[in-house]
Design a protein around this ligand. Sequence first.
Ligand SMILES: Cc1cc2nc3c(=O)[nH]c(=O)nc-3n(C[C@H](O)[C@H](O)[C@H](O)COP(=O)(O)OP(=O)(O)OC[C@H]3O[C@@H](n4cnc5c(N)ncnc54)[C@H](O)[C@@H]3O)c2cc1C
Length: 412
Amino acid sequence: MPDSSVLVVGGGPAGSAAAYWLARAGHQVTLVEKMEYPRDKTCGDGLTPRAIYWLEQMGFDFEVPEFHRITGLRSYAGKELYLEMSWPDHSKYPNWGGVIRRRDLDAQVAALARKQGAEVLEKTEALPKVEDGQLAAVDLVHEGETHTVKPAFVIIADGSMNRFGRELGTVRRKDYPMGMAARGYYASPRSQDPFLESQLDMRDESGANMPGYGWVFPLGDGTVNVGVGLLSTSKRWKGVNTSKMMADYVRIAPEYWELSEASKLTEPVGGKLTMSFSRSPSIGRNWLTIGDAAGAINPWNGEGISYAYETGAIAARYISEAMASGNSEVLAGYGRELDDEFGLYYKMARVFVKLIAYPSVMRSLAQVGIRSRPLMEWTLKVMSNLLDENEKSAGERAYNVLAAIVRPLPVR
Ligand SMILES: Cc1cc2nc3c(=O)[nH]c(=O)nc-3n(C[C@H](O)[C@H](O)[C@H](O)COP(=O)(O)OP(=O)(O)OC[C@H]3O[C@@H](n4cnc5c(N)ncnc54)[C@H](O)[C@@H]3O)c2cc1C
């Protein structure tokens, strides 16, 4: 690996996107992934129109049999009340989404990066060599053999644990929200359903309110991805057992899914969601963090795949510029662009998640909202970051009023 090249650490959505865009811009780029494709990743497997847009940009083949197309969201507030909403029309993003297992999605996107010219090394773990607090070199460990490289720049895309980044001094802001979620697979006769489904009013065995939300995402192949999640801002965060929460959700999920012990294919597996750019710094002298490593997940809805693709594409642009100019100071622009693009939107989300920290507030909002289609459709647009600046509708104006209120607030 020549010194003039870029090393990308981690081959999830963020790393593969960064490698794809760098290779496409003509740079010599090596992507290292410690696992072997196809590899599993704990996820809901749900793709919103924003994720579809980024996949389209990279030439993803949506005709593959593993991909199931989604037309919208069905939201439940309790057992009876629900609303089905189509993804909105938008001047930039498509009006459809999808569900695809991460073992398939991530292998296929890494293959797109490879096709574009990136070198993709599997079963290769990257370990930083730090001197005087700076990233001096990287050890690449493959099947017990270590090979030291000195790339010009390193893009860190090692996911929510961010072990590589932590050795360079990245820390997570504890006062920002974090998510915790678990998912499992079930066989279901309704696997062809074209809607993602969510439950906003969670109940335990006794019928008491529970914090968090539940989902069923159909995969179109006779199976569904079932999951539960909650935020660290929730008042009962510490005592929650996601496996128990999952059992409670399976009990209240609509009967048509036929979820039961008998249809369960895998035990629930959990994971952390680092959100709101809670990890910093995201820039060093010769490195950047992207995706979950930067805490890029949208706190409004727990979506991380599209933000991993997007931060990967933005980072690739700044690294390209730094390579062309020979001036690594241009990397500072990456942090500024993330702030311009997502700062206020994520700040509004932090206000929102404080409001819904109490299950009773969440329940009341869900019960009121679900009875008003315009309100819920607007909420769907806000939460999935699909408001359209070109539309100048009442919804867009309402959002701008809220943004003007939140902008000066000292929200953590
Ligand atoms: C239960 C759950 C459900 C979720 N559901 C959804 C959903 O439905 N839709 C959505 O959009 N988002 C969802 N998310 C969030 C989403 O999974 C993440 O935001 C997304 O995976 C981030 O991509 P990434 O590339 O940053 O990190 P990852 O996908 O975690 O990829 C990191 C990669 O780096 C590799 N790696 C780590 N360290 C090294 C190293 N030192 N050397 C080499 N390789 C290394 C890992 O093996 C891994 O392949 C969910 C998360 C959880 C936990």
